[in-house]
Design a binder for this molecule. Structure first.
Ligand SMILES: [Zn+2]
Length: 283
């Protein structure tokens, strides 16, 4: 800061803030410029495949990869638009290091390889491959406050998972003004579910979530939680319709979670953008 400004009492905090804003702006400008640099043909192919790529995720055929683009971007370390050359360049580097795919073009093999990486970060997946984890002792569960739960419903989680959720939700609200103006966003609509309650609901309502609820749901561990991230018009917040999942994937809240939830110990379940699992304790 110049002597003249200091002499006029130019506040130090304000000047530091201006420097930080300029640095952040410069960083964004550099990132935007970088998004134009990369293999243009691959970028063109990615624009075409975003809504159309046929690939298989856990036995289900997915149409396109647009709703997975935020997770892919985080994985390859790119904040660029998924149809940009910069994104294709970052994807190419990921493909080379994982020995899959071709030159920055998204394909089924790359999506499946990436999904394997995502699966490997969820301890519940490895644990349930051996035997379905037993639910925790009830004394290890803590109850969310009515303000933290969707519609004030009773939500229980392991205490460590609830503490991590609270820290994450507070950080998200500090970062995103739209979360502060809509307190319903980020509330929990499902936490711990006993195997007996899941089985009963599967039998009585036919609501088995593709048998996952009937067989072995991550919610039995008290480590999984479903967050209200909004929904497409006319859809439930937990609708697996492509339109709803795409809507959620484009929300600021989901994108913030993709880049930040890992700092709080949470990993995503890519097929259901509302479902997150805390990894701070074994299932
Ligand atoms: Zn869930």
């Amino acid at each position: 800061m110049s002597k003249a400004l200091r002499a006029r009492g130019f506040p130090l905090v304000l000047s530091c803030t201006i420097v930080l804003v300029l640095m952040a702006t410069a960083g964004l400008a550099r990132a935007a410029a970088g998004c134009a640099v990369g293999p243009p043909a691959a970028a063109k192919a990615n624009i075409a495949s975003l809504p159309a790529l046929q690939w298989t995720l856990q036995g289900k055929t997915e149409d396109g990869w647009a709703l997975y683009a935020p997770l892919v971007g985080h994985e390859i370390g790119s904040v660029c638009d998924p149809g940009s050359p910069g994104f294709a360049g970052a994807l190419m580097r990921w493909q080379m290091s994982h020995k899959v795919g071709v030159a920055g073009v998204m394909d089924a093999a790359t999506m499946q390889a990436m999904n394997q990486v995502w699966l490997s970060r969820r301890p519940f997946v490895a644990a349930s491959a051996k035997a379905c984890p037993a639910p925790p002792d009830p004394s290890r569960l803590a109850r969310a406050t009515p303000a933290e739960s969707f519609g004030g419903k009773t939500i229980e989680l392991r205490s460590g998972a609830l503490a991590a959720y609270r820290a994450m939700a507070a950080a998200a609200r500090r970062a995103l003004p739209q979360l502060r103006s809509d307190p319903r966003l980020l509330t929990i609509f499902s936490g711990f579910r006993s195997p007996e309650a899941d089985a009963a609901r599967c039998a009585s309502e036919g609501n088995c979530q593709g048998q996952a609820r009937a067989i072995c749901s991550a919610h039995r561990t008290g480590l999984a939680l479903d967050l209200d991230l909004g929904s497409a018009p006319g859809d439930r917040i937990d609708s697996s319709d492509d339109a709803n999942r795409l809507f959620i994937s484009r929300s600021a809240a989901y994108r913030w979670l993709v880049w930040n939830a890992g700092r709080f110990g949470f990993q995503p379940y890519p097929f259901e953008p509302w479902h997150w699992e805390w990894t701070g304790e074994p299932p």
